[in-house]
Structure formats: C-alpha cells, structure tokens
Design a protein around this ligand. Structure first.
Ligand code: C5P
Length: 221
C-alpha cells in the first residue's frame, strides 16, 4: 500500500516549496497538480481559445495527452510529447488555469492520472481538491494557507529574484480573483477537508512549516 500526503490551499501559500522539501526528506514523490492544470491552460492559450468556449475546449481535450515524468527528482510535464515544464509558471498561464480548471471535462481529464500516481507511489500531492476529492482517504491531509498580503509579498520577491519587475497591487488583485474562482466553482472547489491539519504560514518560516508537516506524518503512523 502506498502512503499519501495531501496538501491543499490557495495560490501562493507556499505549498510547492514545502511539499517539494518534505517529499525530498521523506523519500516520497512530489506531485504538483497545479502544473497539470497549467499545461492544459498553456495548450488553450496556444490555440487561442477563450476559457468560456467549453465546446471548443472539450474538442481540444480529446486530442491532448498529458504525462508526467521525473528528472533529478523534479516533476516534468509532457504535453503532446513536448516537455513544457519551463513554460508553466507565467502569470498568464496561471490566470487561464484558474478559469479553465472550473470546466468539469478538464478536471475529469486529470483525475485518473492523479489517482493512478498516488496508488502506485508514496506521494506528497499538492493542489486545491486533493484531500477533499482526489484522495479522500489520504493518510495525512494538510490545509496550508497565508494572508493575501503575505502571499502577494512572497510572489513579488520570487519574481524580483528572477529579475522580473512586479507590481504588488496587480499581484494582490490576481491572487484575490484566483482565490474567489477556486473557492466558488461548482466542481471540486478549494475548501478545507474536515480532517485536515490547518497551517497558517503567514508568520512562519519554511522550516517551521516543515516541522508541523513531519509531526502530522509521524502522528499518523
Ligand atoms: O497551484 P497553481 O497555482 O499552479 O494552480 C493553478 C490553477 O490550477 C489554480 O488557480 C487552480 O484553479 C487550478 N488547480 C485546481 N486544482 C488543483 C490544482 C490546481 O483547480 N488540484
């Protein structure tokens, strides 16, 4: 039997940093489901399809393949045979992913892939609906959140480190819009699972959050 840790929470709460580090220390596979939704969004952007055009999107999904692979422990997303991992972090792709992920057929396309990976491997999987919908029987569930201001700050710093100019007010607005869309869609909205350990990372360092997750893991054994 595989061991599954689910980490859910809003954009910018630090899920991927924490999940990647925790996966490394536990020897688990890190599965970033947001990257899968971003890959679909990239495909839609490349095909100049609006998120509202559900019929066209459903047609594109039928001919699209998504796989994941690992290189040096890092998840790679293979879209129609092309490794698109380096193109997924752009704001434009994230904003499109937040809209297109509300389409039931988009979620259906990724659900089985996510469940299969978790069945066959010990994983830390992060996303919005992992503990509530994708892996309702996960051994450990964490809901990781932080204030909007703190999340915008972190995103700004991250972009500045990469030499990208960032407008904090625009980033804060994007985060609010994305939270609203993720929490209010009718299918698999972002919400806390009843049995999740809630961590607010606003005033916590990465090692402090890691310790809490490792504690939750040990308590579950
Ligand atoms: O986590 P990340 O910002 O990469 O996710 C991009 C978008 O994909 C989110 O805003 C959300 O709408 C969607 N998503 C989702 N379910 C997941 C993971 C991501 O709907 N499990």
């Amino acid at each position: 039997m595989s061991f599954n840790i689910a980490i859910d929470g809003p954009a910018g709460a630090g899920k991927s940093t924490i999940a990647r580090a925790a996966a490394r220390s536990l020897g688990f596979l890190y599965v970033d489901t947001g990257a899968m939704y971003r890959a679909i969004a990239l495909h839609l952007l490349r095909n100049h399809v609006e998120a509202e055009n559900t019929d066209k999107i459903e047609g594109l999904l039928a001919d699209m393949t998504i796989r994941i692979a690992y290189s040096g422990g890092e998840q790679q997303i293979i879209l129609n045979g092309e490794n698109v991992t380096s193109q997924l972090r752009r704001e434009e792709v994230g904003n499109m992913a937040s809209k297109s992920s509300a389409i039931p057929k988009v979620r259906e396309k990724l659900l089985q892939l996510q469940r299969d990976i978790a069945r066959d491997n010990d994983v830390i999987m992060d996303g919005r609906d992992i503990g509530t919908y994708v892996l309702p029987n996960a051994d450990v569930k964490v809901y990781l959140t932080a204030s909007v201001e703190e999340r915008a700050n972190r995103r700004c710093l991250e972009l500045k480190e990469k030499g990208i100019d960032a407008d904090i007010e625009k980033i804060e607005q994007d985060i609010r819009t994305r939270d609203f869309q993720d929490m209010n869609r009718s299918i698999a909205p972002l919400k806390q699972a009843e049995d999740a350990v809630v961590i607010d990372s606003s005033r916590m360092s990465i090692p402090e959050v890691m310790d809490k997750i490792v504690d939750a893991f040990q308590e579950s054994l």
